[in-house]
Design a protein around this ligand. Structure first.
Ligand code: P6P
Length: 334
């Protein structure tokens, strides 16, 4: 590795100095990074270590759990419960908040995560990821209840994801912009390769599961129809479409070259409030997108302003290039 390359460890030390941190946050982030490296190793070895396939169980979302969903959740719990930086954890894969073992040292942060998002892609070898969000635990709380986790996205102190793709990347923000790191498999360290990531304000690329078209609300139908009409339509431009069914991969593409990601409310999922989860998908990705100059909305309100009512609450998600998201939001106002 060239001597001038910055490791994520050096990056965190510089951030700690800049914020006069105590080191507690840096060490928590270190445990999260280690968790993602271990998950990356399991994902990369897939069938070779018997990690593929279903676990034969369902999570609170009623979704079939893959073996790697459960393994990734276990990895996050084991590597983050002993550091003494957390008061509690919450996961897509667990109905209730995780109570740290009695006697385990407790800290001032709460960690929420989707340990393996997009896991339906695992068995077909398509990119998947981990999403995490860090909140401050309310003062004086050592055994947090659900209510202690239910803080709006604007209170997040850090948000990030790991993307297990052709390369393993780690992208995070702690409120001072977005930075991307690539795992150097030879030395097992994340290297700063994408400093200061910015979402281009304009795009001609949209991401939505078009098979749900008949269920969409009018503003979404109008927006997508206009994109599909291309140069013959009101936009006067041709658009491209992508759908990977892995939110981490979609958001990473948007951070890299722009785009708009939509998982809107529709008649099929109206009763449950949407598809994607607020606390450990929409909020962390919303913080990353906003810190990179993009916009993250439900179509009706800013995602990070939502006052949560449940740990696994679902919300509509529209996020990405500022000008496109704002155009679609304007359609929701008409
Ligand atoms: P659909 C993966 O299950 C996920 O939560 C997101 O990562 C992804 O964007 C979406 O759901 C895919 O949903 O309905 O297209 O399978």
């Amino acid at each position: 590795m060239p001597a001038n390359r910055k490791t994520i460890t050096h990056f965190m030390i510089e951030e700690q100095r800049r914020t006069q941190g105590t080191g507690d946050f840096s060490m928590l982030l270190g445990d999260i990074i280690t968790s993602c490296k271990v998950i990356s190793d399991q994902v990369n070895h897939g069938a070779l270590v018997g990690a593929l396939g279903s676990a034969g169980s369902e999570n609170i979302q009623g979704e079939t759990q893959k073996k790697l969903d459960i393994l990734s959740n276990e990895i996050f719990l084991r590597f983050n419960e002993i550091g003494g930086h957390l008061a509690g954890m919450a996961s897509e894969e667990m109905d209730d908040p995780y109570a740290l073992p009695e006697g385990a040292p407790r800290g001032k942060y709460l960690l929420l995560f989707d340990p393996l998002d997009g896991s339906s892609n695992i068995d077909v070898n398509v990119s998947v990821g981990t999403i995490f969000s860090i909140l401050k635990c309310p003062e004086g709380v050592t055994h947090p209840e659900v209510e202690d986790f239910l803080q709006p996205g604007t209170t997040q102190v850090c948000a990030g994801y790991a993307l297990y793709g052709p390369s393993t990347m780690f992208v995070l923000t702690s409120g001072n912009g977005v930075n991307g790191f690539t795992l150097d498999q030879n030395i097992g360290e994340f290297i700063l390769t994408h400093p200061g990531m910015k979402v281009p304000e304009d795009t001609r690329e949209f991401a939505i599961n078009a098979s749900n078209q008949r269920f969409w609300e009018e503003p979404i139908k109008r927006y997508v129809d206009e994109c599909m009409a291309g140069t013959d339509g009101p936009r006067g431009e041709n658009f491209n479409m992508r759908w990977i069914a892995s939110m981490v991969a979609e958001i990473h593409r948007i951070l890299t070259r722009g785009g708009i990601f939509m998982y809107p409310i529709d008649e099929r999922i109206r009763a449950q409030g949407g598809k994607l989860r607020l606390m450990y998908e929409a909020n962390p990705m919303g913080m990353i997108i906003e810190q990179a100059g993009g916009v993250a909305s439900t179509g009706y309100e800013r995602i990070m302003d939502i006052n949560p009512t449940g740990l696994h609450q679902r919300v509509p998600v529209i996020m990405g290039s500022k000008n496109e998201v704002e155009l679609l939001v304007s359609y929701h106002k008409k």
